[in-house]
Design a protein around this ligand. Structure first.
Ligand SMILES: Cc1ncc(COP(=O)(O)O)c(C=O)c1O
Length: 370
C-alpha cells in the first residue's frame, strides 16, 4: 500500500523534542515510572522485578483484558485485542475495507482514521462540523449512501474536543444498523469529559458491528507504554483482527502490559489526576481567550486535553506558528496539518507546565501588538 505522509506526526517530529514550550500536545502529563509503581501491590512489584522479557500472548495479557472488560457493559475479556493504538487503526481499516469502498468519517481528524482507507483505495466522505465546530447529525445522514461500508467517528473529538449527545450517537448506531454498516469508534479521549453527563457509552457496547478503540496514551498520561486496545462483540471480526496482527507486532511489549494492568486497577485516581490538570489549565486558557477575543476565537471543548480555536490574523496560520516556535520556542499546531481549510490552531492543555508556556505565548502576543 502507498500511503501519504502523516502531516501531524511529521510536524511534531520537527519540534516535539526540540521546542521547549509545547502548547499542542494531546496527551495528559505523562506519569513517571516510579509514580505508577507506587500504585502497585506488593505482588505486582515482585512480578515487575522478575518479569520475563519474552514474547507475550498475542491477544494481550488475560489479566489486562479482564481489566479492559470492566470499562464496558457488554465486553468480555475475549472481546478485547491489546495493541498499540495507532496499530489498532491500521489493522481495523485493513480488515474492514477494500478498494472502491466508501467510508464516512469525522473531519478534521487524526489522519490515520481516513488516510489508511485512502491508501487502500477507498472513497472518503468527510463529516465536517459547522462554523461553531458542532457535528450535526443530519450532515452525517446526508453523506451515507448504499455504498458506505464504514462510519468512522471520534468522540471526544481530536482536534475540537467536541462530542455529540447520547441521542445523536444512538441515531448514528440506528443508521448503521439499518444499512448494515460497521462503525469504527475512536474513543481515545474517553473519560476526560469535564461534565460526566457528557460521557457517551462506548459504541461497541451499543452496537454489535462496532469496533471501539481506547488506550492509555491520553486519559491515563501513559503514551510511552504504547498500550491500547480494540473491542468488539463481533467474533468473526475479532478473529480477523487477531489474524492481521501477526503481520504488525505479533504481540505486545511485556513491561507495557504489566504497567497497564496497574494503571487500569487504579483508573479512578489516574483519571482524576488528568482531569485536575486539564480543568485548572482550561480556566487559564479561557481567561487568555477572553482578553484576546478580537483575534483568538475560543470554541469551548467538552472533553479531553485539546481545543481548536480560530485565529483571525493578517498572516497565514502556518506563518504565525512557525514564527512563534522560532522566536519563543512555543509549539502550536496549524490547521494545515489536518488538511482543514478554516484558520484554526490546535491547543493542548494536558501538561503541568501550561501556566509557564502560556506566559511565554502571552509575551509573544504582546510583542506582536495584538
Ligand atoms: C484520535 C486519536 N486516535 C488515535 C491516536 C493514536 O494513539 P497513539 O499515539 O497512542 O498510538 C491518537 C493520538 O494522538 C489520537 O489523537
Amino acid at each position: 500500500m502507498k500511503i501519504a505522509p502523516f502531516k501531524l506526526e511529521r510536524y511534531f517530529d520537527k519540534y516535539e523534542f526540540s521546542a521547549p514550550y509545547l502548547l499542542s500536545s494531546s496527551d495528559c502529563e505523562p506519569l513517571k515510572l516510579n509514580e505508577l509503581l507506587r500504585l502497585a501491590t506488593g505482588k505486582q512489584l515482585e512480578e515487575w522485578n522478575s518479569l520475563r522479557l519474552g514474547y507475550t500472548e498475542s491477544k494481550g495479557d488475560p489479566e489486562l483484558r479482564k481489566e479492559i472488560s470492566k470499562l464496558h457493559t457488554s465486553i468480555t475479556p475475549d472481546d478485547a485485542l491489546v495493541l498499540v493504538p495507532e496499530e489498532g487503526i491500521f489493522i481495523a481499516m485493513n480488515v474492514l475495507l477494500k478498494k472502491g469502498d466508501q467510508i464516512v468519517t469525522t473531519f478534521p481528524g487524526y489522519q490515520s482514521l481516513y488516510q489508511v482507507a485512502a491508501g487502500i483505495g477507498c472513497h472518503i466522505s468527510k463529516w465536517e462540523p459547522d462554523q461553531d465546530l458542532e457535528f450535526q447529525i443530519q450532515d452525517l445522514q446526508s453523506l451515507v449512501t448504499n455504498k458506505t461500508k464504514l462510519i468512522v467517528i471520534n468522540f471526544p473529538h481530536n482536534p475540537t474536543g467536541r462530542t455529540v449527545s447520547a441521542e445523536s450517537l444512538n441515531q448514528i448506531v440506528d443508521l448503521a444498523r439499518q444499512k448494515g454498516i460497521t462503525i469504527f469508534s475512536d474513543e481515545m479521549y474517553r473519560f476526560m469529559e469535564y461534565d460526566i453527563t457528557d460521557r457517551l457509552p462506548s459504541v461497541c457496547d451499543l452496537y454489535e458491528n462496532a469496533i471501539s478503540l481506547f488506550g492509555l496514551s491520553k486519559t491515563f498520561g501513559l503514551p510511552g507504554l504504547r498500550i491500547g486496545w480494540l473491542t468488539t462483540r463481533n467474533k468473526k471480526l475479532m478473529e480477523a483482527l487477531i489474524t492481521f496482527k501477526d503481520y504488525t507486532t505479533i504481540c505486545n511489549n511485556a513491561p507495557g502490559e504489566k504497567l497497564a494492568i496497574i494503571a487500569l486497577e487504579n483508573k479512578r485516581q489516574l483519571i482524576e489526576r488528568s482531569l485536575e490538570i486539564i480543568k485548572s489549565n482550561l480556566s487559564l486558557l479561557e481567561a487568555f481567550a477572553q482578553v484576546n477575543k478580537n483575534w483568538f476565537v475560543w470554541k469551548s471543548p467538552k472533553a479531553g486535553s485539546i481545543a481548536f480555536p480560530e485565529l483571525i490574523i493578517n498572516e497565514t496560520i502556518m506563518e504565525f506558528c512557525q514564527d512563534l516556535v522560532k522566536k519563543k520556542g512555543v509549539m502550536l499546531l496549524p490547521h494545515d496539518v489536518y488538511d482543514f481549510e478554516r484558520p484554526h490552531v490546535r491547543v493542548g492543555f494536558g501538561r503541568k507546565n501550561l501556566p509557564e508556556v502560556l506566559n511565554v505565548f502571552e509575551e509573544y502576543v504582546k510583542e506582536k501588538g495584538f
